[in-house]
Ligand binder design. Structure first.
Ligand SMILES: C[S@@+](CC[C@H](N)C(=O)[O-])C[C@H]1O[C@@H](n2cnc3c(N)ncnc32)[C@H](O)[C@@H]1O
Length: 204
């Protein structure tokens, strides 16, 4: 994909529905008791905003960033419908549109990138954490290749637990697992799927 922002605009603009639904990712939701009661959260590659909106509903002050302006528009509308404040900005995570700000929570849900970019992008996420801040990440595992329940079509874009352990070596890992789960997250993420799940904390 030469222009991923335009690609995702086509996906999100082609449907009035939210293609991954309006409910949060199940793994993110399962971290509810680990979240601080207040503070600042960053939801990267938030698409149409389902995860940023949910984090805002948990009492956090949320910045959502995505490459797709159409996704950002839908995220703002979802926040308005839900009655929560959401700062949703069009931008590239690699360019750190939040500047030097640090966050108490960073969520990265189904953000995939190829080897030259992936460790750099994950470095940006680790850097965005305040001391003690929590990272929650779910992505498709390499074993997902060719399965119809979601994910990118190239093995280069898929992850393993070992890759994540190396990328986030500076963080304390609370949970890291490869799992087969049953996704029910909109029309594009549905059915049995192979994922990698990580929860990690930046040391104080
Ligand atoms: C599979 S969708 C997941 C959307 C959302 N996280 C969810 O689970 O509903 C991947 C998203 O990553 C975004 N994305 C990919 N690379 C990005 C980057 N470098 N910066 C910001 N967004 C990016 C795309 O625009 C797309 O919305």
């Amino acid at each position: 994909v030469n222009d991923p922002g335009a690609f995702w605009d086509g996906v999100y603009g082609g449907s009035r529905d939210h293609v991954y639904g309006t409910e949060p990712n199940a793994f993110l939701r399962a971290q509810a008791t680990r979240l601080p009661l207040r503070g600042r959260a960053l939801s990267v590659a938030d698409g149409e905003g389902r995860n940023g909106v949910w984090l805002a509903g948990q009492g956090l002050s949320v910045l959502t960033v995505d490459l797709s302006p159409r996704g950002i528009d839908k995220a703002r509308r979802l926040a308005a419908v839900r009655g929560v404040a959401l700062d949703a900005r069009h931008g590239d995570v690699l360019e750190r549109p939040w500047g030097d700000e640090r966050f108490d929570v960073v969520a990265s849900i189904f953000l995939h990138s190829p080897p030259p970019v992936r460790p750099r992008l994950h470095g940006v996420l680790a850097d965005a954490l305040a001391p003690g801040g929590l990272l929650v990440l779910e992505a498709f595992h390499r074993r997902q290749l060719g399965r119809g329940s979601g994910g990118p079509p190239s093995v280069d874009l898929l992850f393993t637990a070992d890759l994540l352990r190396a990328d986030f070596a500076g963080l304390s890992i609370l949970q890291l697992e490869e799992a087969e789960v049953v996704l029910d997250e909109g029309a594009k993420h549905r059915g049995p799927a192979e994922v990698v799940r990580l929860v990690a904390r930046r040391p104080e």
